[in-house]
Design a protein around this ligand. Structure first.
Ligand code: PLP
Length: 463
């Protein structure tokens, strides 16, 4: 035995697994359990709440219904469960080796979504979105992607249901991650760098900034524009909207069953937030339990200091995209014109935050912190060296917060139970690891002047 290591008893498993038959068959909708409903989504022309017909050019009715459903639970269609079974239930893993390396009395668990075909949590919503569009007779989906995880997930899901798929990838990530493009093409989808000359929205950005690194907001404008112009084409979004968060709750529902099996309850739940979907997916079922008085975890979102929508943005009505084509949503935002620095966590470079998660934050039900990328990647490297998984750049933010808390526990002696979302692997993000290993990764933090400039573009809406 290696000095300083102990062999854990077989009674304390490392992986807490569920059988396929134990996989939850319903998604959870937090809204009816909240003390106050979230503010409505507004039509930018009339400033009145949007109705189903306003959204029909982009989404099938089944998804529009899920966006506003008053039901606490939504049944997962059998065809979706069938595809989920390719990788779900996903494992809950106790990070004993990381705990030992940190010398902490904390018990750290991670829910690992990197086992999916795309390598992240994104197929949890890509599959139902493709399914509902296919059953509505749609022939093709368009979308944006940042890091490439969402684009890969939708390409995979469209292949499962015989749909065409066209993707705009943020230029900064497109250039850095050629293997994501190849993976997306292998699944049969078409991919363009954004901004592109293929759309009016892209041409407008290129005319003003020919070297634009792009942003999720611009890529959304391009994908929405193309979907709105073709009757057989719909748009799919990888985060932010209520139905996306709903689909992701399968993560937290599984984790609840796994914690019950382990005989534990989390004291702290941490997750990274770009648009909020993996975080909400893990946290919302636990929040239900907390609101019902059955457990009391602290729930903490972690965002990049270069794109801190929750911790530095304002809570206001704003567009979801750069060109201003989407409805107005009340959310924490840095302004729809904001182009975040090209940090390596491409999936966290979004100007806004999910309106539902923003509302939950305003209600004081979750906390938020921001972290710079070097601290995050250092936690990612430590995680890889101990647990053996190279994390995607996005969840290194959650891992950095996890390490911080575990070290605090080392000081106080508290044996806290920490649960984190390891929402993807980083095997196609190794260039970023190359930068941290070579010691030339920069920290970027949003300056107050940049924030003030971005805020100037907020639309005027009655308070
Ligand atoms: C691996 C990974 N994690 C997290 C995110 C951020 O999205 P969200 O906050 O919706 O989970 C992305 C987005 O692309 C991602 O690819």
């Amino acid at each position: 035995m290696i000095r300083g290591m102990t062999v854990e008893s077989a009674d304390a498993p490392t992986k807490i697994l569920l059988d396929e038959r134990e996989m939850p068959r319903r998604w959870y909708n937090l809204i009816p359990d909240l003390p106050a409903p979230p503010p409505p989504v507004l039509h930018p022309g009339t400033l009145q709440p949007v109705g189903p017909d306003d959204l029909a050019p982009l989404f099938p009715m089944a998804l529009i219904a899920q966006e506003v459903t008053p039901d606490r639970f939504v049944d997962i269609p059998e065809d979706v469960l069938d595809v989920y079974r390719l990788w779900r239930p996903s494992p809950l893993i106790r990070a004993r080796r990381l705990e030992r390396a940190l010398g902490t009395p904390a018990r750290i668990y991670y829910k690992y979504e990197g086992v999916s075909p795309a390598g992240s949590h994104k197929p949890n919503t890509a599959v139902p979105q493709a399914y509902y569009n296919a059953t509505a007779g749609v022939r093709r989906l368009t979308t944006e992607t940042g890091a490439g995880q969402w684009g890969t997930a939708l390409a995979f899901a469209c292949a499962q249901f015989g749909l065409g798929c066209e993707i705009w990838q943020v230029r900064a990530s497109y250039d850095r991650k050629p293997y994501r493009k190849l993976m997306i093409e292998t699944f049969g989808a078409t991919i363009h760098p954004s901004p592109s000359a293929l759309t009016e929205a892209g041409r407008r950005v290129l005319a003003a900034h020919p070297d634009s690194p792009g942003s999720l907001g611009i890529a959304i404008s391009e994908a929405v524009e193309v979907a709105a112009q073709h009757a057989d084409t719909n748009y799919a979004l990888g985060s932010v909207l209520n139905h996306v968060l709903l689909h992701q709750t399968i993560i937290g529902e599984e984790a609840l069953l796994q914690f019950a099996k382990a005989g534990e309850q989390p004291d702290l739940i941490v997750g990274c937030t770009g648009g909020g979907s993996n975080f909400a997916g893990l946290a919302f079922p636990f929040l239900r339990e907390k609101l019902a008085g059955r457990m009391a975890p602290t729930i903490r979102a972690v965002e990049p200091a270069a794109c801190p929508s929750l911790t530095k943005g304002v809570y206001a009505y704003d567009f979801g995209d750069t060109a201003g084509m989407t409805p107005l949503m009340k959310m924490h935002t840095l302004g729809h014109d904001f182009i975040p620095d090209p940090i390596h966590a491409g999936g966290l470079r979004y100007h806004g935050m999910s309106p539902l998660l923003s509302h939950v934050y305003e209600l004081g039900l979750i906390e938020a912190v921001a972290k710079t990328q070097r601290e995050c990647f250092e936690a990612g490297v430590q995680f890889a060296r101990t647990e053996g998984i190279v994390p995607a750049p996005e969840p290194t933010h959650a891992l950095a917060a996890c390490v911080e808390e575990a070290l605090r526990c080392r000081e106080t002696g508290e044996p806290k139970v920490i649960l984190t979302a390891l929402c993807g692997h980083g095997l196609l993000d190794l260039a970023a690891y190359g930068r941290i290993l070579a010691g030339d990764m920069e920290d970027r933090e949003l300056a107050d002047e940049e924030l003030a400039t971005a805020m100037a573009s907020l639309p005027t809406v009655p308070a």
